[in-house]
Design a protein around this ligand. Structure first.
Ligand code: AMP
Ligand code: MG
Length: 329
């Protein structure tokens, strides 16, 4: 594999971190692990470095990036934090929660990061390698998932190399990720807290902490929230079609030939498939979803993937979102 460097998750070698940090300081791209998925990182305060991310991913210019920090106080020169935002950081950081806040006047964040919006998305990842890298670089890192735009997110270094091996100057390989789906994105710029993208931190957990439910953006919301990830359509998709199976449906899917299809889900399906991957919990389904997609698209036996529709609670809401968008055509 090109440019892949193994690194210990719990005890990252400082020499490797220094090397990766110098690549970033010189304006290069480093793919690194987080607890959600692998990210493709660049110096988040340097426009030409950030532009390389868009080029490598083939990412639409109007889809803004998340800035990653190694401590809550480092966000102070970038974003305007309310009491509520600080409380959420204290409770859930480091972790899979991204906050959309007003961009601070005079901050040095280039428009490439925010796609020209007056808001900025920030997060502190819970992964020792990510934190060490951000700290050694001394800058917030802009880091979307390290896949070609529209493809399943990478949950290990091999998937990163598959999609972006030519573009990443270095890929840090700390093994598989914990969560397997991206962070939960909430918008704190208005009175109500808006859920822009369900993710690794369950919406119920955030709502319980805030003492009020999260709202999903509607027609009356500002353009910034309309641009949220939740409204972009096909995404997370492998090269073969994904179809959704709800186990409550009495009849099994017509038109699907199980002998030529793969199955992923939590329940043993009523027919036998060419390949099937059954997980024992919604958390392991989340952790394995994208890797199953990649495995089945490269396995010649599968022309389609049937994915089980999970319950909409806990991580299930994020699973539903990813499956729905992977299945959209
Ligand atoms: P990813 O592509 O997985 O890194 O996800 C980042 C997501 O955060 C994108 O889909 C963006 O739409 C969302 N995001 C980043 N910045 C903002 C922002 N300022 N306002 C609203 N959403 C944002
Ligand atoms: Mg992504």
């Amino acid at each position: 594999m090109p440019n892949v460097v193994k690194i210990d998750k719990w005890n990252p070698d400082p020499a490797i971190i220094e090397r990766a940090a110098s690549v970033l300081k010189e304006g290069g791209l480093v793919a690194f692990p987080t607890e959600t998925v692998y990210g493709l990182g660049a110096d988040g305060l340097r426009a030409e470095a950030v532009r390389k991310i868009y080029a490598a991913k083939g990412r639409p210019q109007d889809n803004p990036l998340i800035l990653h920090f190694s401590a809550p106080q480092e966000t102070a020169r970038i974003a305007k934090s309310s009491r509520r935002a600080l409380d959420l950081m204290e409770e859930f950081w480091p972790g899979p929660l991204t906050l959309v806040l007003p961009l601070l006047d005079g901050s040095r964040v280039p428009k490439e990061v925010t796609a020209g919006l007056s808001t900025v998305a920030i997060r502190m990842p819970a992964h020792p390698v990510a934190l060490a890298l951000i700290e050694a670089t001394g800058r917030p890192l802009a880091a979307p998932s390290a896949n070609r735009s529209g493809r399943p997110s990478p949950t290990d270094a091999r998937a990163v190399a598959e999609d972006l091996g030519r573009f990443a100057d270095m890929i840090l390989d700390a093994g598989g990720v914990d969560i397997g789906l991206e962070s939960t994105v909430i918008d704190l710029t208005g009175e109500d807290v808006l859920l822009l993208r369900p993710g690794g931190l369950p919406a119920e957990t955030i709502a319980a902490f805030l003492g009020s439910p999260l709202r999903t953006p509607g027609a009356s919301d500002s353009p910034a929230s309309k641009r949220s990830p939740g409204v972009r359509y096909r995404h997370y998709a492998p090269d073969i079609d994904v179809l959704i199976w709800d186990k409550k449906d009495a009849l099994f899917m017509s038109g699907v030939d199980p002998a030529l299809s793969g199955f992923v889900g939590l329940t043993k399906p009523p027919v036998s498939f060419a390949r099937s991957i059954i997980f024992d919990s919604p958390e392991s389904y989340a952790r394995g979803l994208f890797a199953s997609f990649r495995e089945m698209e490269s396995d010649g036996a599968c022309r389609r993937i049937v994915a089980e529709w999970p319950e909409a609670e806990g991580i299930g809401l994020a699973l539903r979102d990813r499956i729905k968008r992977a299945a959209a055509r």
